[in-house]
Design a binder for this molecule. Sequence first.
Ligand code: NAD
Ligand code: UD1
Length: 337
Amino acid sequence: MNVLVTGGAGYIGSHTLVEMLNAGMDAVVVDNLCNSSAESLLRVEQLTGRTVQFYQGDILNKPLMQKIFADHKFDAVIHFAGLKAVGESVAKPLKYYQNNVCGTLILCEVMQEAGVHNLVFSSSATVYGDPASLPITEDFPTSATNPYGQSKLMVENILADFQRANPQWNIARLRYFNPVGAHESGIIGEDPNDIPNNLMPYISQVAIGKREKLSIFGNDYPTPDGTGVRDYIHVVDLAIGHVKALEKLQTSPGLVTYNLGTGQGYSVLDMVSAFEKACGKKIPYQIAPRRAGDIAACYADPTYALQELGWKATHTLQDMVNSSWHWQSKNPNGYHA
Ligand code: NAD
Ligand code: UD1
């Protein structure tokens, strides 16, 4: 199977490439490197012994996208390219709608012209808003509380309308819960620009000495220890979910939607103590006010993905934090030497 991977140089993209290439698939990447480095692709090649053709460019550049589809015959596309910082999306909504929504429209137009009808889209558990109950199944109502989440929801709805009008298309909307961790080799991992927004990269940077202490956003939530609960999923499990989704699209399922999570919730304090075990140091922290827009708890019911894809997350929380620490300690500056 020959697959175009948009945003393939990024965190989830690079891990997915490894699993795809190891499963015998071929991959071409388009990425403008706005939040990543081409070094990640060199490392994917090093890990797999395979080559990945790379186009450095923007998915908003339609002539470039047409050239890529003219140069290759693809069986499917995995669409990771997108902006994902919630706070920035509130400050710069047009940038997020332009990139995430218009970028997807251009991709779909070019795919349609080229007769490529199989698409895997990176969605997020953020589309469930503040869920009325837990665990979350795919039929829960959707809503968005910020432009990032809104852009994901808009794309989900656009893809549903588009598939309805074009039944020959097969589209998998994958709703990721909280991806963390790194490849067990420690050769690829998450390398955020600037100050990390997300918990795991922040804890890693405290552990390596780049940040002084973690701020825990609230300890008065209605959760067992008062801190926020999330469904953290090892990025390698998530990557394997994409290989399974590509295989599913070969059976012409039409539009499908899957939660990719473990079904297990952990608190911020659970994450801190697991990380302390992994790195053998104390993680200094302070309790800070709640972060605007945060919810108390969120975790998946992953049963549908098991039934339909035969996919299940297998890595434990300790595997996740051990692999994060392995990557961070081997690469204190990420991909930058
Ligand atoms: P990432 O930033 O590491 O990867 C995204 C990649 O897309 C980057 O390499 C970036 O350079 C590229 N990109 C962005 N806009 C582009 C454009 N217009 N043209 C070409 N390339 C472009 O992020 P990630 O964590 O790997 O996330 C991948 C996808 O999964 C995103 O769509 C994100 O919204 C979604 N997602 C991520 C999470 C998470 O916690 N990491 C959770 C849910 C959903
Ligand atoms: C966030 C986004 C979500 C996005 C996801 C992946 C918000 C409100 N939500 O999810 O839309 O899909 O990232 O990019 O930004 N925490 C701390 N201190 C920190 C960082 C986080 O205590 O420095 C806590 C949070 O309050 C939360 C948990 O850790 O309880 C996880 O936070 P984070 O990693 O940012 O993920 P989400 O908020 O679940």
